[in-house]
Design a protein around this ligand. Structure first.
Ligand code: C2E
Ligand code: CA
Ligand code: CA
Ligand code: CA
Length: 277
């Protein structure tokens, strides 16, 4: 990075330089990591209220050569800002889809595979990538699910609705991630081909502790159902949260209590055990 010695009296500038240098270094490392195939997927299961597994969410990790397994919080932001997320996202999509054959082999071919998609990925290019990925790995209708946040959808609603409709025609279903943290209304979202709302972890966390959060979860479930949209609760960590959500008709459940994000084989073993097969 450029040196600005004469700006010594401007601490902000030096801080800025340091962070730019750090980010450039990280970005270079990320490019190398893509080349060296250091990105791996963890899978976290989603369950129906009766305990039946219904989906696996793919969550990316960076198997760093010296720092160990890094979570997306450490690198996804810079991938998004730099545009690297487009190539990384394409790899993630293919890698997730590749596992479908293994699910079928394990007798779990009815599970959905959910993939997170960032704003920068949500373009016509994504349509082309998904179309070819569905073909290459022969994924039936309904297997691939895309998780989008409200902000991705609301950034350009007209474009989003069109892209989502084209993808829905290919058999892709949609979940709105982190629901409740954005600014969109459910009535508005109803115009989009949305299958599920994932109630943000922050509301689930305080169930049974904070009355407001219970009221929020209850209203999301009620409103979603009145619009024929299913609900998913993420971040379930306690039996109390689980029981509360089951009693209120939440359709799908996810969280550390039920299963952590883990390597595919580990999740598969967990699901096999819970099925007694
Ligand atoms: P997200 O999509 O909301 O994913 C849920 C996050 O919550 C995951 O963190 C997951 O490990 C964590 N989690 C799941 N259950 C629990 C729980 O019971 N308690 C707590 N405290 N946490 C729980 P992770 O894997 O670190 O991912 C963070 C975020 O990074 C994701 O949030 C998503 O926005 C993004 N991300 C992850 N993988 C991908 C990807 O492949 N592509 C894109 N574009 N974004 C990704
Ligand atoms: Ca997600
Ligand atoms: Ca989420
Ligand atoms: Ca609260």
């Amino acid at each position: 990075a450029k040196r600005h010695g004469r700006n010594r009296a401007m601490p902000y500038r030096e801080e800025f330089d340091a962070s730019v240098a750090h980010r450039l270094q990280l970005l270079n490392q990320l490019r190398d990591a893509l080349e060296r195939r250091e990105f791996v997927l963890a899978f976290q299961p989603l369950f129906a209220p009766d305990g039946r597994p219904v989906a696996l969410e793919a969550l990316v990790r960076w198997q760093h050569p010296t720092r160990g397994l890094l979570l997306p919080g450490e690198f996804i932001g810079i991938c998004e800002e730099s545009g690297l997320i487009v190539e990384l996202g394409r790899r993630i999509l293919r890698e997730a889809a590749r596992h479908y054959a293994l699910l079928v082999e394990a007798g779990l071919g009815e599970l959905r595979i959910a993939v997170n998609v960032s704003a920068a990925q949500f373009t016509d290019e994504l349509f082309t990538d998904i179309e070819s990925t569905l073909q290459e790995f022969t994924l039936p209708h309904g297997v691939l699910e895309i998780e989008l946040t409200e902000s991705v959808i609301m950034e350009s609603p007209t474009r989003a609705i069109e892209l989502m409709q084209r993808l829905a025609a290919l058999g892709v279903s949609f979940s709105v991630d982190d629901f409740g943290t954005g600014y969109s209304s459910l009535a508005y979202l109803k115009r989009f081909p949305i299958d599920r709302l994932k109630i943000d972890r922050s509301f689930v966390q305080d169930l049974g502790v904070d009355d407001d959060d219970a009221a929020i979860c209850q209203s999301i479930i009620g409103l979603a159902h009145s619009l024929d949209i299913r609900t998913v609760a993420e971040g379930i960590e306690t039996e109390q949260q689980l029981a509360w959500l089951q009693a209120r008709g939440c359709d799908e459940l996810q969280g550390y209590l039920l299963g952590r994000p883990q390597p595919f084989e580990t999740v598969l073993a967990l699901l096999r055990r819970s099925h007694g097969s």
